[in-house]
Design a binder for this molecule. Structure first.
Ligand code: ARG
Length: 463
């Protein structure tokens, strides 16, 4: 049997393989709420402009509400033979209200319909994700406030570089997530135009009011070019791009958690809530959630890549290739939401070990820069010379396997006789972090100020 929705010129139904490759209902049923909202707005506009009768519009809208109820109650039977969400909804509408259902598709096409549905879906998702990311920032800033003065080693090249505070490290991610939210907000602003009424590709001869449809669906305006409107998937690509960058940030943090949890580091401990055991090694406590956050980033970036490749060869306007925009995007969106939740959970769960962190912070001659700075400040040495003198002092300490603060004033004077007792005041890690008061620096007071600023800006949870 040919398709009841478009089968007019078809004598036969599709081959089973054709149906399988063509149907999108298995994944686009997810768009049901947006599809119904779009259709309701379209029907209202058609009635308002006199394209369809008011009574037909009322019946259509009541039928669509009933379908929404059926889907949410799990009573709706999705049919592959009807291909996609759009035709599943319209076919059911015909069962419910009769021939008037056939008027709904006036002045539109599935091309502008799916473009509208997916924009609405992505917009809703961005709003959901923004709230989740704000929650992650809140968790990070709260922990940063708790641990503003906990000293840990800061690394470059993963070599101990200079002492920093754990709070400062956490606040770095608050900044990163802040930029991520900005990227989502940018994408949302650009996507918020309504394609509905572009019809198949060329617009329509019916006297429709696209501004009204746009307004009913809370879009800022209708899209300005019908060809562009039905063939554009920038809004998904841009959102996946923002998602990929944000996931990359989560992945870097996840990697740090994995390293920090390892026995040689022992900087933080995750509770039973966010770790798993080994089936063979009884002592193990593995940071699987962090590892999976790191791994989810791969599939998210994969989805971005896949859609860029799908789109890059397509002439205007719609091609069925574009149906492949959804499955991987949904997968990436789900993976990201889960990763954000897992990360937020881990941030709230992780317990730092301040002793282990401090011990490590003092290793690797991490206060060598403080020593060089003291030579500049206290003795008026040019920084280059101070760097050189400090290098010789570090070599002396290394030769006898001692930290810098264990060298006596006499030994230091052996390298440069102008050095005084006072130098010892800058060699400890606590003094080091406290002295880093430049704007954006790691001093505990800076960290507290930044954490409070963010918490104030973020407001209370669900606020
Ligand atoms: N299921 C289709 C998609 O997701 C809807 C648009 C179909 N348009 C068409 N001309 N066949 O892209």
């Amino acid at each position: 049997m040919s398709n009841s929705m478009w089968g007019g010129r078809f004598a036969e139904g599709p081959d089973a393989v054709m149906e399988e490759i063509n149907a999108s209902i298995d994944f686009d049923s997810r768009l049901y709420a947006q599809d119904i909202a779009g259709s309701k707005a379209h029907a209202r506009m058609l009635a308002e402009t006199g394209v369809i009768g008011a009574e037909d519009a009322e019946n259509i809208i009541a039928g669509l509400d009933e379908i929404l109820r059926e889907i949410e109650a799990g009573q709706f039977v999705f049919k592959r033979s009807l291909e996609d969400i759009h035709m599943n909804v319209e076919a059911r509408l015909a069962e419910l209200i009769g021939p008037a259902a056939g008027r709904l598709h006036t002045a539109r096409s599935r091309n502008d319909q799916v473009a509208t549905d997916f924009r609405l879906y992505v917009r809703d998702w961005i709003d959901h994700v923004d709230a989740a990311l704000a929650d992650l920032q809140r968790a990070l800033a709260e922990r940063a406030l708790d641990h503003a003065a906990v000293v840990m080693p800061g690394f470059t090249h993963l070599q101990t570089a200079q002492p920093v505070t754990f709070g400062h490290h956490l606040m770095a991610y608050v900044e990163m997530v802040g930029r991520d939210r900005g990227r989502f907000a940018d994408a949302r602003r650009r996507l918020n135009e309504c394609p509905l009424g572009s019809a198949a590709l060329a617009g329509t001869s019916f006297p429709i009011d696209r501004a009204m449809t746009a307004r009913l669906l809370a879009f800022d305006r209708p899209t300005a070019n019908s060809l562009d409107a039905v063939s554009d998937r920038d809004f998904v690509i841009e959102t996946l791009s923002a998602t990929s960058i944000a996931a990359m940030h989560l992945s870097r943090f996840a990697e740090e958690i994995v390293v920090w949890c390892s026995a040689p580091f022992g900087f933080v401990r995750l509770s039973d809530k966010f770790t798993t055991g080994s089936s063979i090694m009884p002592q193990k406590r593995n940071p699987d959630a962090a590892e999976l956050v790191r791994a989810k980033t791969g599939r998210i970036v994969g989805a971005l890549n896949a859609l860029l490749i799908v789109m890059k060869g397509l002439p205007l306007a719609y091609s069925k290739d574009m149906q492949e925009d959804k499955e991987q995007a949904f997968d990436a969106f789900d993976a990201f939401v889960l990763a954000v939740a897992a990360m937020t959970g881990m941030v709230r769960d992780l317990e730092p070990d301040p002793k282990a962190m401090k011990r490590a912070a003092g290793g690797g001659y991490s206060t060598a820069t403080d020593l060089a700075d003291w030579l500049v400040r206290g003795l008026g040495m040019p920084f280059r010379e101070a760097h050189h003198v400090t290098g010789r002092i570090v070599a002396l300490a290394a030769a006898t396997n001692r930290p810098l603060e264990r060298l006596s004033t006499e030994e230091l004077q052996g390298v440069d006789q102008r050095i005084t007792e006072e130098v010892h005041s800058v060699l400890g890690v606590d003094r080091s972090v406290k002295s880093r008061t430049s704007y954006g620096g790691t001093a505990p007071n800076n960290v507290r100020r930044q954490a409070r600023r963010w918490l104030k800006q973020l407001g209370p949870a669900n606020g």
